[in-house]
Design a protein around this ligand. Structure first.
Ligand SMILES: NC(=O)c1ccc[n+]([C@@H]2O[C@H](COP(=O)([O-])OP(=O)(O)OC[C@H]3O[C@@H](n4cnc5c(N)ncnc54)[C@H](OP(=O)(O)O)[C@@H]3O)[C@@H](O)[C@H]2O)c1
Length: 313
């Protein structure tokens, strides 16, 4: 089977296709024939070496934190899955998704949403779980809340808008002018064009500010946070972690999110998809051989929705 590897940290060109043996699934694992792998900014951040002190990884390494595919073999006789099942998952950092086959702990996998193609399902887990765990677990989102999402056109933002709407919140999304209709298509009630207006100077107050693209800060958002509110960022910097310690003492709380690959949360998203409340948008489909090109694309920071690698078995 083919997979993408890199043997040293560096630019996107360190990525190359290599041939490997398929491993038998161990007890508790599934061997999954990967049909598609989603891309996320963490893929290039780890590859470049920028995160080597936070996420030390063993090289050579295969990137990719989310997949969809078909169960090829189960490692245990008693399994919740059977060969032929369509599945999707967020993968732990030790398992790379840009690969024709992966061995993954079956606790991480969920049955794929019936409505979705493999490409659509593959781009949901990591960014979708980030948005869910941020809004529900850190933000305690509930009906009627006012929620602002900075970076509504990115992977996390696109799912966050829809999840916030599914919880009955009033959503303001921040994006550039060219993406206004895109974020509206996910249900945003109000849209702020960051090229024309600084959202941190709005007079409205928000119960939750989710900085999905981590371009702002608690300090900058202070004035738009309601008396009892939550600021959540996708980059848990040391300052954010320090501020988090003081949350029990303050009314305006700060959280940095570290997404967990929980299949029960993925099942929650599957249910939203079944109800027609959650969909994915893919800007471009790449082949496995085009992984370096796909990395260069996501590194621009301008992706609208998601990028995906489609396997050619
Ligand atoms: N901590 C965790 O567990 C975790 C999990 C998932 C993601 N993350 C992090 O979360 C961040 C976002 O991830 P993602 O997948 O959503 O990224 P992404 O899809 O690559 O984000 C790209 C989007 O960001 C928008 N954008 C760029 N600059 C902006 C700005 N100043 N204001 C508003 N929007 C802006 C772009 O739109 P324009 O071109 O219109 O500007 C583009 O649509 C990344 O840093 C990622 O590493 C962290």
């Amino acid at each position: 089977m083919k997979k993408i590897i890199y043997e040293k940290y560096g630019e996107a060109d360190v990525l190359r296709v290599a041939d490997f043996e398929i491993n038998e699934p161990a007890e508790g694992e599934l061997l999954v024939k990967v049909m598609a792998a989603g891309l996320n900014p963490i893929d290039y951040k780890i590859r470049s070496g920028a995160l080597k002190f936070i996420y030390p990884v063993k090289l050579p390494r295969t990137p990719g934190g989310e997949i969809s595919g078909i169960v090829e073999k189960t490692g245990s006789e008693q399994s919740a899955f059977k060969p032929g099942d369509k599945v999707y998952a967020m993968l732990p950092i030790s398992v790379g998704g840009y690969s024709e086959y992966v061995n993954a702990n079956e606790d991480l996998l969920s049955h794929m949403p019936e409505k979705n193609s493999f490409n659509e399902a593959a781009v949901i887990p990591l960014a979708g779980l980030t948005a869910l765990q941020a809004l529900r677990d850190k933000g305690n989102i509930s009906k009627g809340m006012k929620v602002l999402i900075n970076g509504g056109s990115g992977g996390v933002g696109m799912f966050a808008i829809q999840i916030a709407k599914a919880f009955g919140a009033e959503v303001t999304a921040v994006c550039s002018g060219k993406n206004t209709s895109f974020v509206k298509s996910f249900g945003a009630d109000h849209v702020i064009d960051y090229e024309k207006e600084d959202f941190t100077k709005l007079t409205s107050k928000f119960d939750i500010v989710l900085d999905a693209v981590a371009k702002s800060s608690f300090g900058k958002c202070q004035k738009i946070l309601a008396k009892k509110s939550v600021f959540i960022t996708t980059i848990p910097s040391p300052t954010v972690m320090l501020r988090q310690i003081f949350n029990p003492l303050v009314n305006k709380k700060t959280f940095g999110i570290l997404t967990k690959p929980l299949s029960k949360d993925l099942d929650f998203l599957t249910e939203l998809i079944a109800q027609g409340k959650l969909k994915a948008s893919i800007e471009k489909v790449y082949s496995l051989e085009q992984a370096a090109m796909a990395h260069k694309h996501i590194e621009t920071g301008r992706v609208k929705g998601k990028l995906v690698i489609e396997m050619n078995h």
